[in-house]
Design a protein around this ligand. Structure first.
Ligand code: M6R
Length: 612
């Protein structure tokens, strides 16, 4: 994971680097650091913790350096300590490197380098890169820039894994070098300064001119020029793209947490997403109806919350279109043999569009010749650039690590895609399509009603927030919602939370039930209401406190033993996941708040998981 940023220009680099790091903090916040070149020497400052801690440390620094590289870390190799923080230096403290990614052969390389006399200061995989470069540059006494480019190309052939690097060398005080292999790195180009960054958010305030690097490119930034070289040291042509500068500065709108703001935005974000689909529904996913008609299999792929959206959509596509559908974890898809299927539509779901496992799965699906569609929330993201076509959800920036509004927008998009497949293969007629779209269009209002009922959900959180273990039960389309609710609760409260298909509990999980265990039963008045009642009674009989997430109709038929109820609008069973999860997001938020957790940036996590 990790975020990297580099600046070279006429101004003091520190502010640019800190601003860039703050925008990239979603990629990791275990530690932060920067390296500047000043008077032909490297000045290194780093700090464990968030970028704010680095900023505090820098408040006493007096510098006029106009070139620097910086890093915000999500620890992979080695604990979050000062030593393991980036940038890393070579033995002579002449080269500094920041790195996003993983070097898979670092142990072998480290052993060889130690045998050659290099002294390592950290437990990171990154440090081998800087020592390797030191080794390559050790006998260089002239043509520093040219030799640095050649050396980077040499080490690119020695390193295995995925990485993006920024490099500065005190002997070339007017350049920053960047290179990448299967990890994002782009250049922001301006009149009198240039940037490297993991994504555009780090420099979009200053420039909308962007150059995307290909794998194995080596880029050389000076304050007033940019050059790209291929793996054989030949200069290569590049394209500058103008990106949408209109990215909103994300603010909390006076609320305590981004997560709460994002939960409350859902009536608008779901509506905006639906409207964007309805503008041109037949072509919203970039594949025309004739092509969709021939689809014989659908593959839905994502990680975490996006995977849960895929699980819900599997029910929809099979119900509305009768097309065999698989939901796959991206991290599993890449590492197993896939039976080749004809006419497969592969759909990649990702809020960030940068999740490394999803990128890898997408590349594999493309190699298999599948039609690929992405559902993403971030323009110009890696996944959106690789997929044949991307539908962008209309959520605006999602800042909280726990995904909320992106999930409901993904669900709305996938619901529309399911209808479209059903329409194309004639499983649905025009009347069915109109009815389903109308029902979907009513969802934002029902989300608003849940948000208006936040106080009662907070009341239930107040009753249970001291518990350390929670169970969520659902069936059919709401089984994935049980999984998602448990994920939400565990990632922001750190408590144990498990989601189960309600029919499965008697096959094992019921053993977990103790006196007063809170069990959330997702039970609208639908085809599985009675089954959900059975499961609820089975756990009540063993001492559990059941909290029902039900609709108005279900509430009327509820048994007296279930006292705690979150009641949502009546809605067709197939659309109920979009409502149920909003209620459960609010519950998770309030439990975390009552426990004083760091809600927007929970421990050990990062918003965008850019390492496999
Ligand atoms: O950006 P993506 O949608 O690809 O991210 C996938 C997961 O990392 C993400 O959903 C993660 O599980 C969230 N923290 C869940 O709230």
């Amino acid at each position: 994971m990790c975020g990297i940023v580099g600046y070279i220009g006429n101004n003091n680099s520190v502010d640019y680097l800190l601003n860039g790091l703050k925008s990239l903090e979603y990629r990791g916040y275990d530690s932060a650091g920067l390296a500047l070149i000043e008077n032909n020497r490297i000045n290194l400052i780093k700090s464990v913790g968030k970028v704010q801690a680095l900023e505090d440390k820098l408040s006493n620094l007096s510098t006029s350096s106009t070139i620097g590289i910086a890093h915000t870390r999500w620890a992979t190799h080695g604990k979050p300590t000062d030593e393991n923080s980036h940038p890393h230096l070579d033995c002579k403290k002449e080269i500094a490197i920041v790195h996003n990614g993983i070097i898979e052969n670092y142990l072998t390389l480290k052993k060889e380098l130690i045998e050659k006399g290099h002294i390592f200061k950290s437990e990171t995989d990154t440090e081998v890169i800087v020592h390797l470069l030191e080794e390559e540059l050790s006998n260089i006494t002239n043509n520093y820039e040219e030799n640095l480019i050649k050396s980077v190309n040499i080490i690119n052939k020695k390193l295995k894994g995925s990485y993006a690097l920024n490099i500065i060398w005190s002997k070339t005080p007017d350049i920053i070098i960047g290179t990448r292999i299967k990890a994002p790195l782009l250049i922001g180009a301006y009149d009198d300064c240039n940037f490297f960054a993991s994504d555009i958010s780090a420099f979009i305030k200053y420039t909308d001119q962007v150059i995307y690097l290909d794998d194995y490119d080596v880029a050389v930034l000076k304050k007033d020029s940019i050059k790209l070289y291929d793996a054989n040291n030949n200069e290569k042509y590049f394209n500058k793209i103008t990106v949408d500068k209109n990215v909103n500065e994300a603010t909390k709108n006076g609320l305590e947490h981004f997560m709460l703001k994002e939960i409350r935005e859902q009536p608008h974000t779901v509506m905006a997403t639906i409207e964007s689909i309805l503008e041109n529904i037949d072509n919203a996913f970039g594949i025309n109806l004739m092509d969709i008609k021939s689809v014989k299999n659908v593959l839905l792929i994502g990680c975490g919350t996006a995977y849960h959206a895929a699980l819900v959509a599997k029910y929809w596509i099979e119900e509305f279109a009768g097309v065999p559908t698989q939901a796959e974890l991206a991290s599993e898809y890449k590492y197993r043999k896939i039976a080749q299927t004809d006419e497969t539509l592969a759909v990649f779901i990702s809020q960030s569009g940068e999740t490394a496992d999803t990128v890898a799965a997408l590349e594999k699906a493309k190699l298999s010749g599948f039609k690929t569609v992405a559902i993403c929330n971030v323009y110009s993201s890696t996944i959106s650039r690789i997929a044949d076509y991307t539908f962008f959800t209309k959520c605006g920036p999602e800042i909280s690590v726990a995904s909320t509004k992106a999930f409901t927008a993904q669900l709305a998009s996938l619901f529309a895609l399911s209808i479209l497949i059903g329409k194309a293969n004639k499983s649905l007629d025009d009347k069915d399509v109109i009815k389903l779209i109308r029902e979907l269009s009513l969802i934002p209002k029902s989300i608003e009603n849940i948000i208006n009922d936040e106080k009662s959900i907070e009341g239930i959180a107040k009753k249970y927030y001291t518990e350390k273990s929670y169970i969520f039960l659902g069936r059919n389309v709401n089984y994935p919602i049980a999984l998602e609710a448990a994920l939400k609760l565990k990632e922001i409260t750190y408590f144990q939370a498990e989601g189960f298909a309600a029919g499965e509990i008697k096959h094992g999980p019921i053993a977990m039930i103790e006196e007063n265990t809170p069990v959330f039963s997702i039970m609208g008045y639908d085809s599985v209401y009675d089954k959900m009642l059975n499961a609820s009674q089975e756990v009540i009989a063993r001492g559990a406190n059941v909290i029902a997430i039900t609709d108005k109709e279900g509430n009327q038929h509820m048994i007296a033993d279930i006292v705690d109820r979150i009641v949502i609008d009546n809605t067709p069973q197939y659309l109920s996941p979009i409502l149920n999860i909003v209620a459960l997001q609010l519950f998770a938020y309030h439990v975390a708040k009552l426990n004083g957790r760091e809600i927007d940036q929970p421990r050990n996590l990062a918003k965008s998981v850019t390492v496999e």
